[in-house]
Design a protein around this ligand. Structure first.
Ligand SMILES: Cc1cc2nc3c(=O)[nH]c(=O)nc-3n(C[C@H](O)[C@H](O)[C@H](O)COP(=O)(O)O)c2cc1C
Length: 321
């Protein structure tokens, strides 16, 4: 349709990205894998693997097991620690040509505060993503970010200190996701990444053994798409002005469009980018084709446009209990 000036660019609370398709945390490798790839500058942004204050060796291999429509995996957040990350890995990621979002993980408030302060004033850090699915050593809980008050306390501290946009990647919290989302939004985060993967287990019946060296892990891949859609849909309806980035199960342009229709402002791609590093570029091209087909100018034109009957109430009579 002639006359429509089309742009894939979206603005996420102060961070403008060239396309609404980012690479999810831990799925862009260490930057080496990206060097030399054509068109990486056409990726919206790259989220680093989660970085902790001190280096982590990670969990024993095998770390990945195939499952129907996805993979079960665990890395144990293997990373070189924030010092080496900033010296070696971050420059490589930045050189690849896309804005870099640094994912930070900690198990105490102090760790999150120290990580944020180490990132202060670095022009090569476009935003921070807070990993909230690890344990809480201070309160002795298995998942730091699955309770609204604690998630808000940690996210609020990071958001108050940070000079770049801050996104909270919420744990896979099911029905509680809106409550946690609302609390961290009030605490001042720029936006949300929804959600971290659910916990999973893969078993080899022949050897009576778990597939992963860590025994338990997380589920990623296409199987997650309906779960992500629901979380995005619920949160976007409750918090329509808050940038939401959908992650979990996006493999094609159509998948990305579904997420935008449900209310996402952008998407992240994990497993599909591991399989083919150029997938995020192709997914963005798929979004562009969809917009062109509909005669629309921007991903914002389809955000939250899922046609839902008037008066729809997710907790109403239609809800199955
Ligand atoms: C091998 C691997 C490593 C990952 N590492 C991290 C990580 O360091 N931090 C994090 O927040 N998520 C990590 N993730 C989760 C992804 O960022 C993403 O949330 C998840 O894979 C779901 O998206 P997908 O279905 O597109 O793969 C990792 C996923 C995989 C498969």
């Amino acid at each position: 349709m002639a006359g429509v000036r089309r742009s894939l660019s979206v603005e996420l609370g102060g961070m403008t990205i060239a396309t609404p398709v980012m690479v999810a945390a831990g799925c862009a490798g260490t930057g080496r894998e990206w060097t030399g790839l054509v068109d990486v500058h056409k990726v919206g942004a790259v989220v680093s693997r989660t970085v902790t204050l001190v280096a982590r060796k990670g969990t024993p291999t095998p770390r990945v097991s195939e499952s129907p429509s996805g993979i079960v995996w665990e890395t144990g957040l293997q990373n070189p620690g924030i010092g080496s990350f900033l010296e070696e890995e971050l420059p490589r990621l930045v050189r690849a040509g896309a804005p870099v979002v640094v994912s930070i993980g900690g198990s105490t408030m102090e760790e999150f505060v120290r990580l944020t302060s180490t990132l202060q004033g670095r022009p090569d850090v476009s935003a921070i993503e807070i990993h909230l699915s690890g344990p809480d050593d201070e309160l002795g809980r298995e998942v730091l970010g699955d309770r609204a008050d604690r998630a808000a306390e940690v996210c609020g501290a990071v958001a108050r200190m940070s000079r770049v946009p801050v996104f909270a990647k919420l744990p896979s919290v099911g029905a509680g996701v809106v409550e946690v989302a609302t609390a961290v939004a009030r605490a001042g985060v720029t936006g949300l990444t929804l959600c971290s993967p659910p916990r999973a287990l893969a078993v080899d019946a022949a050897s009576l053994a778990p597939d992963l060296g860590s025994v338990t892990g997380w589920l990623s891949g296409p199987a997650l798409r309906p779960l992500t859609l629901r979380a995005v849909f619920d949160v976007a309806r409750a918090l329509p002005d808050l940038p939401v980035i959908a992650v979990g199960g996006v493999r094609t342009g159509e998948d990305a469009v579904e997420m935008l229709l449900a209310g996402a402002w952008a998407v992240q791609v994990g497993t599909a980018a591991l399989v083919d590093p150029i997938a995020p570029v192709e997914i963005a091209q798929g979004v562009a084709r969809y917009l062109k087909g509909k005669g629309l100018a921007s991903p914002n034109d389809i955000r939250g446009r899922l046609r839902v009957p008037d008066g729809f109430d997710p907790s109403g009579e239609g809800a199955h209990r």
